[in-house]
Design a protein around this ligand. Structure first.
Ligand code: ARG
Length: 573
């Protein structure tokens, strides 16, 4: 067997449908929603019956007569017209052997399409906050999953390092630290400085007209290449990047490109003139815009405003042009907050109608908001914006406290393990939710060792590993799984689902499908283990070895799934 049970069965059912002459569209097989009655089912008989004006039970009998199941499945037709299938013990045994022998858990290398994943999207001078967790975790999970499936993936952070926000910051520095402009080499700027300056600058901009004008002029001067400003700006970029890299490093996020919006500045003018010449962009009240042909209800995409400045939309168009030139991706996924929906609709339509997107399909892989336990957008206890770094530190401290209570890990391993648990808690907290919905960041709950949490799954892995060691010490080694006992069926059928869940994660651009699979697998593993004690008194060593064989297969798939989600497994916890 080199494929899953469900794929094997699907092929057989389709062959039988074809042999009888029934339309393949009715021959879909899926995991049964009544595991007490069947493992798999086909619900298409009613459709066949309707289209051919016949009795669904007869249609079922005709399919059964052609089905060649080779002792792998038992099949029956049940009223009012379903095909139910149960895998035989031999099939379950075969599946475990096959999946154990395959480092890919039977998932095919399905594609070699070129993807560009735009994720991260932090802004210069502003430290990341909890909102940045979603794009980081979903984006990184998607990249891992796409690569595993064989796709060619590059990624880019699209750092917000340009525009009015920088002009504001520069003007603020002029007010509070004018001396910094005189320093030739690396100015002694710290992230703490930036964190204090930026919010002050953006607040001042809202209240103080003079300051706002100065900030605008600074922005224009910087865009024209003012040397004093550029020197300081470069320093701000370096300091910010170092802090961003530290946070991304902890989350395991990697980027092919760490480009910023500034990269595209020289492209903006030429692209806009070119579009104007081709009649694809037009003047409108002093600005230059692209009217969207398909998005009748959408406002036009603003390329240049009436002051001659280029904004977010023009920069995203230029970014597409650059990406098409350098990587020529087939898909560009923008893992960005759902609140930017309209921006991306405009940019995508504009790129498509002007042909700037090349062959790329542009997709907004949108996500909802992270709320606090009060159901409102997540804040610190004091009501401010929680820095991502502080949040990670808090999670780490809580995980460490928990480990200290349990007393199984100490010394050097304590910090490293606490970090693995904290990160897994955050990642799984995210990935156990559909990215499109909002979720509540509940630190307490995310760190629990029971329930739908990262630490629970890590703990399951740690327990199996330790069981393996104890078994070894007792002279028992895993052997081929042959004993289909209580609990084994559910576990084997869960193992069988891995390739489908991987495919589903890719189709929907939702790594949560894989996360929920891993959770289900951890549950099935624990139930099996509870009802099939390996080291029980008087157990037949052959039975124990078979149990260990199945547990080893489950352990391997858990490790693979967690790896794809970017969750590390501690040695002990
Ligand atoms: N920096 C942007 C923000 O904070 C997110 C960037 C997303 N990517 C993009 N290509 N627009 O809103």
């Amino acid at each position: 067997m080199t494929q899953t049970l469900i794929d094997t069965l699907q092929a057989r059912v389709l062959a039988a449908f074809e042999a009888v002459g029934y339309d393949a569209k009715f021959g879909g097989v899926r995991v049964s929603d009544r595991p007490d009655l069947a493992d798999f089912q086909c619900n298409g008989l009613m459709g066949v019956a309707k289209s051919r004006k016949m009795n669904p039970m007869e249609a079922g009998a005709a399919v059964l007569a052609e089905l060649e199941l080779d002792g792998l499945f038992a099949a029956e037709v049940v009223k009012p017209g379903f095909l139910n299938f149960k895998a035989t013990d031999a099939a379950l045994v075969g599946l475990v052997a096959a999946t154990s022998a395959d480092p890919r858990a039977l998932a095919p290398v399905s594609g070699a399409r070129k993807f560009l994943v735009d994720y991260g999207g932090p802004n210069l001078a502003k430290e990341m906050h909890v909102g940045h967790l979603r794009t980081a975790i979903v984006g990184h999970g998607l990249i891992n999953i796409l690569k595993f499936a064989g796709h060619d993936v590059v990624s880019d952070v699209h750092l917000g390092d340009w525009g009015l926000q920088i002009g504001q910051l520069i003007s603020q520095i002029e007010d509070v630290r004018p001396d910094l402009f005189e320093i030739e080499a690396d100015s002694p700027i710290t992230m703490e400085d930036l964190q204090a300056w930026y919010p002050a600058a953006s607040a001042k901009s809202k209240e103080d007209d003079d300051f706002r004008d100065r900030a605008r002029r600074a922005t224009t001067a910087m865009q024209a290449g003012d040397a004093r400003y550029m020197r300081l700006w470069r320093r701000v970029v370096d300091v910010s990047k170092a802090s961003l890299m530290r946070d991304y490093g902890r989350l395991g996020c990697e980027f092919t490109y760490f480009y910023g919006e500034s990269r595209y500045q020289d492209m903006l003018g030429p692209i806009v003139s070119q579009l104007e010449e081709r009649g694809e962009a037009e003047p409108s009240e002093g600005a230059i815009v692209v009217h969207l042909k398909e998005g009748k209800k959408l406002p036009p995409l603003m390329l240049r405003n009436s002051n001659g400045g280029y904004g977010y939309g023009a920069t995203d168009l230029a970014t597409i042009v650059d990406r098409v030139e350098t990587d020529d991706p087939e898909f560009i996924l923008y893992v960005v907050d759902a609140r930017q929906k309209m921006h991306f609709q405009q940019v995508f339509l504009a790129a498509e109608q002007t042909g700037l997107n090349g062959r790329a399909k542009l997709e907004h892989t949108a996500f909802g908001t992270v709320n606090g336990t009060d159901g409102k957008p997540f804040k610190t206890r004091e009501g401010g914006v929680m820095r991502l770094h502080d949040l990670m530190e808090e999670m780490h401290a809580a995980a460490r406290a928990r480990l200290e209570d349990m007393g199984r890990v100490d010394g050097e391993a304590l910090e490293a393990t606490a970090e693995q648990i904290a990160i897994s808690a955050m990642k799984f907290g995210e990935l156990s939710h559909d990215r499109e919905s909002n979720y509540i960041f509940d630190m307490e709950q995310f760190l629990q060792f029971e329930g739908k949490t990262g630490p629970y799954i890590q703990y399951t892995c740690v327990r199996i590993a330790s069981l393996m060691e104890n078994a070894k010490a007792a002279g028992l080694a895993p052997a081929a799984f042959t004993e289909v006992t209580d609990g084994a069926r559910a576990l084997v059928l869960t193992l069988d689902e891995f390739p489908a869940k991987l495919a589903r994660s890719i189709e929907t651009r939702k790594p949560s499908n894989m996360a929920l699979h891993v959770y289900k697998l951890a549950n099935a593993t624990n139930s099996f283990y509870q009802s099939n004690r390996v080291l029980a008194e008087g157990i037949d060593p052959a039975v124990a070895a078979s149990h260990l064989g199945l547990l080893a297969a489950a352990h391997k798939q858990l490790e693979l799934g967690l790896k794809l989600l970017g969750v590390e497994i501690p040695a002990k916890m």
